[in-house]
Write a protein that binds this ligand. Structure first.
Ligand code: SGN
Ligand code: CA
Length: 517
């Protein structure tokens, strides 16, 4: 069916309401969309993505059976890149289908302008029932949603246990593990709160595995008494690259605090939760204090504590996602519900010695994306197209059979999902990170990534980096001044300038953040 016909049906059914039976039938045929979203989930912490070159053995320890099951039933995307690797900006881009410089959310200090066009508003107008449940982190109240409940502790990061949930009715503090609470509420909305006569879009949005990586009650003891493997570039000395790499504050060895390392318990735990926390970390912490580690031994102890907690919290979330997938199956919703899994950006698991994100390097640039669309998408498929978070809004609208407004920058990936013949898909991803000074002190930079090369410009110091991802997938060797790559540098520089114009990012290059140190 062509787009025009689909749009006509959508408009007709949306306008017709419950007056006749035929439109309702059409509504029932339009797919529901479940967007499972998480925070800072690196692809190398998802089993289905397979081993990673700088730490292949880590893969054996990653436990995400439910996401792996989803990938077995759908399509997994290997080259999905955000345009600005930080939370609020990535979410604003997903909502609007526009890069940060157009949607106004350049950094986490901005309040999202909720008056602008977003895909949920368009879905709503097109007859969908829409909801957002979980982490939001855009500071203005969600708009375009028939129902919303968001993590509403100050700063809107939420807490791993006992979060404050905000909704149009006000705030309430809920006891329990946050991934479980979000899942309970999402299932409850699907079961009994939504308008069953309409197709739905639900964003089921986890805070996990954002810093400070606190596991659910049953995952505390995963990886006890074993050592996880270290990435080959854990002791990166940052030579050949921009001076920005030496200035950052995101090293596991030097920039983790007592909360990150579970040397003190989080203040938000109740007595019972605190007991469970201490039961797991107490004896290990005593042994750590007694050992009085220094140098590499201390750095590696921190790495073990950090990556174990990160993977534990991933498994806690995966278990809840499994509960949601089971619910879809049991309730009969699975058949007509497209399930999408993604995260706002990636993360470092000791790669370059780091945690956090922000850089245009692979680990934080890359977003996971898995889509199960039964009978439309082949099972256990993998795809390598260069996709960006600007594409999500267009994709959701296309899935719903609605028109994609011209000012949305992204493209629908529906043809890719259906494995249709396509010409002219993008061959570079565009990136621009602005927030400086800010947490972790990453200098602003912009760049492009093609299938093989990546060019980055740190414009505050006018330093450039070129990487050949084929020979150097870990981005350790900056080739910008290498004479053998002169032609590549020239072509990539010209392309970057062209791309800046194409995406409309031609404002003066300035760092922006209200961060006060
Ligand atoms: C918090 C974290 C930072 C993190 C930002 C942004 N510090 O400020 O480590 O980079 O969030 O993360 S914490 O001590 O409060 O955990 S984002 O995903 O929301 O962009
Ligand atoms: Ca994030």
């Amino acid at each position: 069916m062509n787009q025009f016909l689909l749009n006509s049906i959508a408009l007709f059914t949306a306008g017709a309401g419950v007056l006749s039976c035929a439109p309702q039938k059409q509504e029932a045929e339009r797919p529901n969309i479940l967007f499972i979203f998480s925070d800072d989930h690196a692809t190398h912490a998802i089993g289905a993505y397979g081993p990673k070159h700088n730490n292949p053995e880590l893969h054996k320890f990653v436990q995400t059976p439910n996401l792996d099951r989803l990938a077995q039933q759908g399509m997994l995307f290997n080259n999905v890149f955000c345009g600005n690797s930080i939370c609020g900006p990535s979410r604003a881009t997903i909502l609007t289908g526009k890069h940060s410089h157009l949607n106004g959310m350049l950094n986490n200090d901005t309040i999202f302008n909720s008056a602008q066009q977003t895909f949920p508003k368009l879905l709503q107008a097109g007859g969908y029932e829409t909801a957002w449940i979980g982490k939001w982190h855009l500071f203005s109240d969600p708009t375009g949603f028939d129902h919303w409940q968001i993590l509403d502790n100050p700063g809107q990061q939420g807490t791993y246990y006992n979060p404050i949930i905000g909704s149009p009715e006000g705030q309430e503090k809920i006891t329990g593990h946050t991934a479980t609470i979000i899942t309970d509420r999402a299932i409850d909305w699907l079961k009994s709160k939504r308008d069953h006569s309409k197709p739905f879009f639900l964003a089921y949005s986890h805070k996990t595995p954002h810093r400070e990586w606190v596991p659910g009650p049953e995952e505390y003891d995963l990886y006890k008494d074993i050592n996880l493997p270290l990435p080959t570039n854990f002791y990166d000395d940052y030579s050949t690259r921009s001076s920005a790499l030496k200035e950052q504050e995101m090293e596991i060895a030097n920039h983790m605090n007592e909360n990150d390392l579970k040397l003190v318990p989080p203040g938000y735990l109740n007595e019972e939760q605190l007991e469970r926390f201490m039961e797991s970390y107490g004896p290990e912490n005593e042994a750590f204090t007694a050992a009085n580690l220094t140098g590499n031994e201390l750095a590696e102890w921190k790495y073990q504590r950090y990556v174990k907690d990160y993977l534990r919290s991933v498994t806690s979330m995966d278990k809840e996602i499994g509960r949601m997938l089971d619910f879809l199956q049991e309730s009969g919703l699975a058949e007509n519900t497209i399930v999408i899994y993604s995260s706002d950006q990636g993360f470092y698991l000791g790669d370059h010695g780091w945690y956090d994100k922000r850089w245009m390097y692979e680990e934080s640039l890359r977003m996971p994306l898995i889509v199960r669309w039964t009978e439309k998408t082949p099972a256990a498929a993998q795809n390598n197209h260069i996709i960006q978070n600007i594409d999500y809004a267009a994709t959701f609208l296309d899935m719903a059979g609605l028109e994609i407004p011209h000012d949305i920058q992204g493209k629908s990936i529906v043809p890719i999902l259906k494995e249709e013949q396509m010409n002219g898909w993008r061959d570079v991803a565009y990136y621009h990170y602005y927030a400086y000074p800010d947490w972790h002190m990453v200098q602003p930079h912009y760049g492009i990534r093609s299938e093989r090369y990546k060019l980055i410009h740190f414009y505050t110091t006018d330093e450039w980096e070129l990487f050949d991802l084929k020979s150097d997938p870990d981005e350790m060797n900056n080739l910008y001044s290498n004479a053998d790559y002169r032609d590549i540098v020239k072509a990539m520089t010209e392309r970057l300038e062209k791309e800046r114009v194409t995406v409309g990012d031609t404002l003066e290059l300035t760092a922006t953040s209200k961060y006060n140190r």
